[in-house]
Design a protein around this ligand. Structure first.
Ligand code: TUI
Length: 319
């Protein structure tokens, strides 16, 4: 049994949060993760407000356990998504791709836990002062919108800089990664990519198949020159992006190329021109299994690794 103060904060059994993935983590996956003892998170992404409301209501029907919504702050109609999340009294929100400072207070007022993703120590400290409940220190190994620092470098620096719980994200997909994150001082982990290849995930089957065959070097970061770097699996879209960026194409052209491409991949299953987001850990995903099985294996492996580390200590220092 692995339990940390994050479990008490969120009312969950295991300190495992499923990363909010737009068009990928819908109610089915979210409820499965929460029912298995973790925290499922709906990825709001660029969803219309009404679609988000439907997903939240669906998740409420499928689980009695806490779950969350991830708000992607670059979304043009973010204010509408915030209102829906407030009205539906979702127990936890996570935020990505920006600073949620302006609306933390409104969520705190109704008892919603607020957990921003932060890519740096400075933002972690600012968020702690603003009253958030925990931070997610996400390394550049992650899929989707990424920062610069690696998980290995970011997590211990954030752990030393704040007094609230720290959740490690980026490059974690099994019990070895969870044990490593706990070793760095994190109180829990956020995992995205591994939960795509599950029976409950509603993403297009083509995405699952592409992820199953992906190897360690098959992701790339597009859009570094636009200020919105996004890690995706290499395909025709990523190569087109690369070409345009090398040619010094205007930001508007690059943004136009990216528009609607996540939906194209996740819903329509276009693996050539869709934006197939995945983390660098993609090569570790080898099968499609029910969420509960994956979480059980992750927890057992974490315990096994920690047990092995204890044996190493005993060998150095026999009692
Ligand atoms: O948000 C993510 N990952 C995402 S969101 C997403 S949806 C999307 N849809 C279409 C195009 C692009 C994305 C897919 N993946 N991760 C969390 C994350 N947040 N990573 C890095 C950051 C971040 C970056 C800068 C958080 C805060 C920040 O602050 C800058 C500031 O304001 O100081």
């Amino acid at each position: 049994m692995i339990r940390t103060k994050l479990c008490d904060l969120l009312g969950i059994d295991y300190p495992i949060i499923q990363g909010g993935m737009a068009w990928v983590s819908t109610a089915e996956l979210v409820a499965a993760v929460s029912n298995a003892g973790g925290l499922g998170i709906i990825g709001a992404g660029q969803m219309p407000a009404n679609t988000l409301r439907q997903e939240i209501r669906k998740a409420k029907k499928m689980t009695n356990k806490p779950f969350g919504v991830n708000l992607m702050l670059l979304t043009p109609h973010i204010n509408e998504l915030i209102e829906v999340t407030l009205e539906e009294r979702v127990p936890v929100i996570t935020t990505g791709a920006g600073n949620p400072g302006a609306f933390i207070g409104r969520f705190k007022e109704i008892g919603t836990k607020v957990i921003p993703v932060i890519p740096s120590v400075a933002l972690a400290q600012r968020m702690e002062k603003a009253g958030v409940d925990a931070v997610i220190a996400e390394g550049t190994e992650s899929g989707g919108h990424v920062g610069e620092l690696t998980t290995m470098a970011l997590v211990p620096q954030v752990v030393d800089a704040v007094n609230i719980p720290v959740i490690a994200a980026g490059g974690i997909a099994d019990g070895r990664g969870i044990a490593a994150a706990l070793s760095l001082g994190a109180n829990g982990v956020q995992i995205g990519t591994r939960f795509i290849c599950t029976t409950e995930c509603t993403v297009h089957e083509n995405w699952k198949q592409k992820l199953l065959t992906a190897k360690d070097r098959d992701t790339t970061v597009t859009g570094r020159t636009t200020g919105h770097p996004v890690r995706i699996l290499k395909n025709k879209l990523s190569r087109e992006f690369d070409r345009l960026e090398k040619e010094g194409a205007p930001v508007e052209d690059l943004e136009k190329l990216g528009t609607g491409k996540l939906h194209l991949a996740a819903v329509e299953g276009d693996m050539n021109y869709g934006s197939v987001m995945a983390g660098q850990i993609a090569g570790l995903v080898k099968d499609i299994k029910p969420v509960a099985e994956i979480i059980k294996e992750m927890v057992e492996e974490t315990e096994e690794v920690i047990g092995r580390l204890q044996e190493v200590v005993l060998q150095i220092n026999p009692v």
